[in-house]
Design a binder for this molecule. Sequence first.
Ligand code: GLU
Length: 368
Amino acid sequence: MQFLEANARRVVIKIGTNSLTGADGTLQTGRIESLCGQVKALRDQGFDVLVVSSGAVGMGVGRLGLASRPGDLASLQACAAVGQSRLMEAWQHALESRGITAAQILLTREDVRGRRRHLAARSTLEKLLAWGVVPIVNENDTVSADEIKFGDNDVLSALLASLVKADLLVILSTIPGLMRDFGQGELIPVVEEINEDIRAMAGGALDERSTGGMVTKVEAAKLATQSGCGVFIGSAAEDRILEHIQSGTATGTFFMPQEISLAARKRWIAFFERPLGELHLDAGAAEAVLKRHSSLLAKGLADCRGEFPEGSVATLHAPGGRVIARGIVAYDAATVRRIKGLDSAEIQSIFPGRNRCEVVHRDSLVLI
Ligand code: GLU
């Protein structure tokens, strides 16, 4: 699967506390070393790379020898102050031993939201990137007025990606991606649009540690994709994950950027998403799709097989069963079965105010 467009230039990589530090607050230097090796490879190919690193509080907790992560804001901020310089030192050491200069950037969300500070942050970041420096960004926890929460950096990384107009935001953590069935089912490889179904999947997590953090990740993905930045959520434990993202073989969930070209969108439909259903067309509809590149209308649908939510990819079959196309289905499977064979007036009488007799819109359909 292609996560990076051919003309992509800029990548933001966010890594979570539990992937950088052990339960006792010790730093997993091997992980930083491995990531920095991959960052170097990206830099050598001409990419601008920014890193958002959590772990300041965790490392502070470890250094201070506290039994657990404190609950009150002042203690968390004090831990962050102890941990941040140590965290930064580790990144700096790993990057500079590879000939790359690192820079520390501490931001609060207000910094990126307010216009003046937003512009100041942006011009500093642009200058650093122009000099070939890799910014290591974290929330400025010591002055943050809100509770420091796990997951804050997910949103920060999205704001940063949008600030510097990144092409891809990679969120690495202990969570391997968005999964069906409240985090228990299979991994969803591609999300075309973040809708209520996707939000519900992220929110319904049963296991706090492995999927509880999905809510902020989906929120971050929403923000970044709206700015035209793709988002890849994957496991920090996958060896050489950045390389795999580049080669298109990484395991995780990719959130498609909005405002992407039609050609890129069609590539995704054609090659990447696993089809969940089958739409069997009558002869007239098959011909219209094949010869005139028409949308698939409910009227031309003879059968719908499989169970799938709205927005899933399905294969389109000509009479006899041959696969002729793939497309994103505008309805869930039960609704498709309900409207199959109906014309637009009949559909409108079932769904007043909705004029969607297209089961698969032509822009979401690609011939195979
Ligand atoms: N800024 C916090 C830290 O460095 C982490 C916030 C988060 O986990 O998202 O410890």
